[in-house]
Design a protein around this ligand. Structure first.
Ligand code: SAM
Length: 275
């Protein structure tokens, strides 16, 4: 995982950059701040290596000439169209019941944003220090947004490895309605259609693919399923449509769409399926 990174900023945002430097340092990442005259598209093209940058819109990851952040504002039109009936995710997680939910693989927080919008009380757990800091920054901006602030009020962020977090919840006797898992899945193992879609993957998703290892050390999240089952009435796993089951465990129920599916695992006494 990246432990040192450059951070570009303009003089007007130097203090802001120092704030992120302190935050990331507490999470094990050293930022070297470079103050430059103009943090514009030309500068980013000339400096294609992965770095962070800070400007009026907060913290960004930049690489390959692009700026990327988990853009929750851009999700607003989707949230406005979404309903409990139209969203497979809503049916899989039984959001009509307004569950207490742990999203143990938060990433850019997009799935959680949708689930919180549709009524869930969501705890997002993310272990990657840079991704978590970008997520936290999006969350802070959401709290200031007239539409997103109501959704963000149902969101809680935790910087942790979910294996540790889920174990601690079990030890404390804390149960939840749903644990949601969307671990990384190697692109090479996905079916052709999914790979084609990945090729047109949105700029924001490229952020995940830049930060998270695609080969060798990728953690496929199998260990999270039994830990989640200890504390949740329902565990929902998002998978590419034709992917193998998480931890090789056959689900109790499935919802399948064009590109992905949701596998659900129920506690013995909670097998009622809605939708
Ligand atoms: C595919 S992304 C999730 C995308 C997310 N559903 C969204 O809507 O943006 C997987 C994320 O889970 C995180 N992750 C994987 N295993 C984890 C673990 N054990 N603890 C915490 N985070 C984990 C990765 O760092 C990555 O950010």
């Amino acid at each position: 995982m990246v432990s040192e990174l450059r951070c570009y900023t303009e003089p007007a945002f130097f203090e802001k950059a120092q704030h992120y430097q302190a935050v990331l340092s507490s999470r094990g990442v050293t930022l070297q701040i470079d103050v430059i005259d103009k943090l514009n598209a030309r500068f980013l093209r000339l400096h294609p290596d992965m770095a962070l940058c800070v400007d009026a819109d907060g913290l960004w990851l930049c690489a390959l000439g692009m700026k990327m952040q988990p853009d929750w504002q851009a999700e607003i039109p989707r949230l406005k169209r979404a309903s409990l009936k139209s969203e497979m995710l809503a049916r899989a997680c039984n959001l009509a019941e307004k569950p207490q939910l742990i999203d143990a693989t938060a990433g850019l927080g997009h799935d959680s944003l949708l689930m919180a919008h549709l009524g869930a009380e969501v705890t997002l757990v993310e272990r990657h220090p840079i991704l978590f800091s970008l997520l936290e920054d999006s969350y802070q901006r959401a709290l200031q947004d007239p539409f997103l602030s109501k959704v963000a009020a149902r969101i809680h962020l935790v910087f942790s490895d979910s294996a540790d977090y889920l174990k601690a919840q079990a030890e404390a006797g804390q149960a939840v309605d749903v644990v949601y898992l969307d671990p990384m899945f190697p692109q090479r193992d996905q079916n052709q259609q999914a790979v084609k879609k990945q090729a047109q993957v949105k700029k924001q998703m490229q952020l995940l693919h830049l930060l998270l290892p695609e080969h060798g050390e990728m953690d496929l999240g199998d260990a999270l399923l039994p830990l989640a089952q200890k504390i949740a009435k329902r565990v929902v796993v998002k998978r590419p449509r034709l992917a193998v089951y998480l931890a090789g465990q056959t689900p109790d129920h499935q919802w399948t769409g064009d590109a992905c599916r949701f596998d659900a695992y129920f506690q013995q006494d909670a097998t009622k399926v809605n939708g």
